[in-house]
Structure formats: C-alpha cells, structure tokens
Design a protein around this ligand. Structure first.
Ligand code: PLP
Length: 366
C-alpha cells in the first residue's frame, strides 16, 4: 500500500508509471443499472447473512464447483469483501494466544489479522513444503491459512496437498481457513479443486471467496464465506456488530445479474491468465525465474544475482524506469529475493517494457 500510494502520487504529478503492482485485473464490464429494481428495499439494510437470492446463486455456483451441496440458508454468509470474511473467520475461532500457521509467501493481511485477534501468527518459511507443516504444530495451534489459487505465485494446490492438509486438520483438530479469492483465475479448461471438497461435512473448513478479483469489482466490497451452520451462526453475530450486512444495492444487482457477469468476465479471465503465462515465458527468456504457478495474474519473480533486497529493488525500478512492482518481503521475511509482478492492469506492450526494465535493473545491480 505504501508503494501504491507513491505510485498514485507520481501519477497525479503526471508521471507515466507502468503499473505491475496492482492487485486486480481490469475488466470491461457494463455500468450497473438499477432500473426496474425495487427502490423500497435497495436503499436499506438487508439480511445480515446476505440477500437470499444472492446466497442461492452463490450456493449453486459453489455446489457446481465442488460437487457438494451448500445450504444457502445456513452454510453461506455474504459480507463486505473476503478480507472481512477472513478476519471474521479468525475472530470466530481464535482465543488469545492461539497460533495460526501461515505458509510464506503469505498475503500481507493474514499475520496482522491474526494479531488483531490476539492470536500468534506462525510464519512458515517459503522453502518448507505443505507436507512438512506438521512440524509447526504445537498444543496452541488452532488454524492453518491457505490461499488457493495463490497470490503471489499463481500456484494451485493439488489434490494430494489438499488431502494432506485436511488430514492434518482432522488429526490435530485445527481449522483450515481457505482463502479462495482468485478461484476463477485458472487456465482455460481447468477445473478448480475447492478446499472443502475434502471435508464434505465442513467439520473444519472455512472457505472465503470474493467477487473483487473474479468479476473485476473490488470496489463493490462483496465476498462470502462457506462453513458449517454453527460457525456461520457465530460469524453472523460478528457481521451484525461490524457491518450489519454487505452493501444491499450491489448485492441485489449481483443476484439479478450474476450469470451475465460471469459470462462477461469468464473470457476476460482466460485472456489475463493466458497473458500471465506468456509473461512467465518472457521472464524466463530473460533468465528471470519465477516460483511455479499457472493461475491468477501474478508472478513471483526472482531477483537472481541482484545485490538489492526486494524493497530497494522495487524502489530502484520505480525511480529509474517508472515501473511499479511489489517487494517480495511484504509476503514474509523469507521472500526478500523476489518481487511480485502483476499483469492485470496494463496492455501487453507495456508489460514487456516493464519486464525489460526488471531485467536491466537486475543486470545493473548484480
Ligand atoms: N485474499 C487475497 C489473497 C488477496 O490478494 C486479496 C486482495 O488483494 C483479498 C483476499 C481481499 O480481497 P477482497 O477483500 O477485495 O475480497
């Protein structure tokens, strides 16, 4: 966010910045029209678990994804973005002093959200595989947070990894908080393997999803949680005291136009994921390695032989070439040899200029 603010300031001052730092993809979607919808209800609070029609649509979509039924009346809660969904999930399950296992690279908000719940984030270094997470479990461990597909690497968890995470959760009575904010950013023809697929009774899995990235509407602040009835009841109490409900007018619009929005964004998602994978090739052609991944619109690119740490590298890139990326250290102390490159907000020709600038900054600082 510090980098983004600097970029906003540079742009305001008239500087042309190639923005490969932004955490969203820009889609071409039509302006919402509320014409014909009942204004009597649109302007007011709505059901704290979410507008019923939207819950039905989301439950249906999720059921198709996982092959599991989601009860729209008791197992789903719509809220003001998945950031809040994750925070409320953590608040619901943590007692002060409880530990939460967070594998690096980790999205910046997880450790701070855990601290805000008086919990203790246990960061797992990036070279540790999911199969070795058990070594981080203590009697105080309460939950594991996973992000699938993953920001910043673009990696999807495979069935074997998901199964072993569930075995771990079952064996040690842990919650598995699955952040699936990028659930639809997959290569063409790929089917998403959702986390709750391996926990059909939803004994320990809390899935947090978002409209922000999948439908290019991050400013609408709508996301949702899927969990068992008891947890949803508890999380609903938090929701009632924090935001009352997700934005009513936008929830109603989404409910009415959900299928249209998905159809509009699906081909655009395919294009951006394809672009991501082509840019991985462009980085590789310049000897810049990335952590494995094929989904989302992110690449976690290695700084190779550069002497600079990720913050200094990002600052040099911005200062010398007016190219913005995110320093890897934001994703954990073990990620300082990487930068996050996002391809969702710039046309291909500018991305290529940005990649050339990354390559020449690595060469100039090696
Ligand atoms: N999870 C991840 C991994 C993210 O990258 C983001 C946003 O950048 C979010 C969750 C939060 O998204 P939102 O609150 O807009 O749904």
């Amino acid at each position: 966010m510090r980098f983004n603010n600097r970029i906003y300031e540079m742009k305001d001052a008239g500087t042309d910045v190639i923005t490969m730092s932004l955490g969203e993809a820009f889609f071409d979607i039509s302006m919402p029209s509320f014409e014909g919808m009942s204004s009597a209800s649109l302007h007011h609070y709505s059901h704290s678990r979410g507008v019923p029609l939207l819950r039905q649509k989301l439950a249906k979509h999720s059921s198709v994804d996982s092959g599991l039924t989601v009860d729209p009346d008791s197992e789903i809660l719509v809220t003001a973005g998945s950031k809040l969904a994750i925070y409320m999930a953590l608040t619901a399950v943590l007692e002060p002093g409880d530990e939460v296992i967070i594998p690096e690279p980790a999205w910046v908000s997880y450790p701070d959200q855990v601290r805000m719940c008086r919990g203790v984030p246990v960061m797992v270094p990036m070279h540790v595989g999911y199969e070795d997470l058990a070594t981080y479990i203590t009697p105080r461990t309460r939950a594991i947070v996973v992000n699938n597909p993953h920001n910043p690497t673009g990696r999807r968890l495979g069935e074997a990894e998901l199964r072993s995470l569930h075995d771990l959760a079952e064996k040690h009575s842990l919650f598995l908080i699955a952040d699936e904010a990028y659930s639809e950013f997959l290569p063409e023809g790929e089917q998403f393997v959702t986390t709750d697929q391996f926990d059909p009774e939803r004994r320990h899995t809390i899935v947090c999803r978002s409209m922000s990235k999948n439908y290019g509407i991050s400013g609408w602040r709508i996301g949702y949680l899927i969990a068992n009835r008891r947890l949803i009841e508890q999380i609903n109490k938090l929701q009632q005291h924090i935001v009352t409900c997700a934005p009513t007018i936008l929830s109603c619009y989404l409910a009415e136009n959900y299928d249209m929005l998905r159809e509009t964004t699906r081909p655009q998602i395919s294009r951006v994921v394809d672009l991501r994978n082509r840019m991985a090739g462009e980085l590789a052609a310049r000897d810049i390695g990335c952590l494995p991944g094929d989904s989302t619109f992110y690449l976690f690119a290695s700084l190779g032989d550069s002497r600079l740490n990720s913050e200094d590298f990002a600052a040099a890139l911005l200062g010398r070439h007016k190219v913005a990326v995110v320093p890897g250290v934001g994703y954990g102390g073990t990620c300082d040899r990487f930068i996050r490159v996002a391809v969702g907000a710039e046309p291909e020709e500018r991305l290529l200029r940005g990649i050339d600038a990354i390559a020449s900054t690595i060469a100039a600082t090696s």
